[in-house]
Write a protein that binds this ligand. Structure first.
Ligand SMILES: Cc1cc2nc3c(=O)[nH]c(=O)nc-3n(C[C@H](O)[C@H](O)[C@H](O)COP(=O)(O)O)c2cc1C
Length: 375
């Protein structure tokens, strides 16, 4: 059994997630219509293969460490049917792995929708296509409408993550077994399993999880290389204490050093006023309030005062409830520097007008991040 330090040293040989950059970066949700902006404005991401490839290649040119798709099986309704059209994550990752050189190419896997023996085999193909740059985002399954498509039942958090633990243990078992792999669990049984060839990445592909619940955080601390934090407020002291608490949990309870990432949405303009005006326009004037409310309902967010609910709803429409990076290029760079200062290792980014936004970021903001020593 390797220590986490040894595992990360092995992975570093092929996977940029383990490089030395102070703040690692990635794109989020470039495989679904709308990306992360729940808005009716023209120009949000329209999912075609050329569009998604172009975004991945821009990320590649900037040496972003990650391209992370979102696992989605049906949209959230409203006039946009937000995220309704999109590419399935494993097949998307296989294609994107073939047309990029640098970033870790993620597949997001809903535990109830993929048998782990199938997922382990598919992930291995992606790892070969990308020459050892694959990573898996494990999602327990919180969306009953999607689970219904598979005749699956939503489990409580305890069972959901207990099943996810068996799921990943089977993946790791198949990726690393020398001979036959047999597993007798409560949710899965594998008899005389085999997997060849093995993944290129050693000892096996990187693992990410974004569970927010108590059980989700324990799962991440125990199994993942990268845990995702979603901040409930954007107060930096609060963020710092949340990051530190997470690191302590992983170290003290599981003897592991893991990376902690978060995600942000970027609204960048020449002036702060222009950025704020544009945010107001695509969210408050043109947001798809119904889709956002449906999404929040499925996430179980309901017991808030009306005013707080509306604020959070606007925040979801702006960029899936991520950390706001709104203003001039200097302000966006400062926002990312602040995330780094509170202990975040990496951030996934999205833009409401994806391609235009990411190109501006490449031209104007990346040089500032380099100057600041973050990249
Ligand atoms: C960065 C990030 C990526 C996520 N990706 C997906 C996804 O692709 N599909 C999905 O259904 N849920 C996704 N989630 C939801 C989480 O996996 C998780 O289920 C959610 O945060 C609730 O946590 P819990 O399961 O511990 O209650 C994502 C969350 C974050 C913060």
């Amino acid at each position: 059994m390797h220590t986490t330090a040894k595992i990360q040293e092995l992975r570093r040989a092929t996977n940029p997630l383990f490089n030395d950059r102070k703040l690692k970066l990635g794109t989020f949700c470039t495989n679904l219509n709308g990306g992360c902006a729940i808005s009716t404005i023209p120009g949000t991401l329209e999912i075609t293969w050329p569009n998604t490839v172009r975004l991945a290649q821009i990320a590649d040119a900037m040496e972003f460490e990650a391209v992370v798709p979102v696992g989605r099986w049906k949209g959230f309704g409203g006039v946009t049917n937000f995220n309704g059209a999109g590419f399935e994550c494993f097949s998307w990752a296989a294609g994107i792995g073939a047309v990029t050189k640098y970033p870790a190419v993620f597949a997001t896997s809903h535990v109830p929708m993929y048998h782990p023996a199938l997922a382990a085999k598919q992930a291995t193909v992606i790892d070969h296509i990308s020459n050892g740059r694959h990573a898996i985002n494990i999602v327990g399954g919180w969306n009953q409408g999607e689970l219904d498509m598979f005749g699956a039942r939503m489990q409580d958090h305890k069972d959901r993550y207990a099943r996810a633990a068996e799921w990943i243990e089977i993946m790791i078992g198949l990726w690393t077994c020398e001979n036959e792999f047999t597993y007798e669990g409560q949710y899965y049984q594998v008899k005389k399993g085999a997997l060849a060839p093995k993944p290129i990445q050693q000892p096996y592909p990187a693992i990410m999880n974004a569970g927010g619940s108590e059980q989700g955080q324990h799962f991440s601390a125990k199994y993942s290389d990268i845990a995702f934090i979603q901040f409930d407020t954007h107060d930096l002291d609060f963020a710092r204490s949340k990051v530190e608490k997470y690191r302590r949990l992983a170290r003290e309870e599981y003897g592991r050093d893991i990376q902690i990432w978060s995600f942000g949405y970027v609204v960048q303009r020449e002036t702060e006023k222009e950025a704020k005006d544009f945010l107001h326009y695509y969210v408050h004037e043109k947001g798809d309030w119904v889709a956002a409310e449906n999404l929040m309902g499925l996430l179980g967010i309901g017991s808030l005062a009306v005013e707080d609910f509306r604020k959070l709803q606007a925040h979801f429409m702006a960029g899936w409830g991520a950390f706001p990076l709104v203003g001039t290029k200097e302000q966006v760079a400062e926002g990312l520097a602040n995330l780094s200062k509170v202990g975040i290792d990496g951030a996934l980014l999205s833009w409401p007008l994806y391609e235009e936004g990411v190109l501006t970021f490449q031209k104007d903001t990346m040089p500032l991040l380099k100057q600041a020593g973050l990249r």
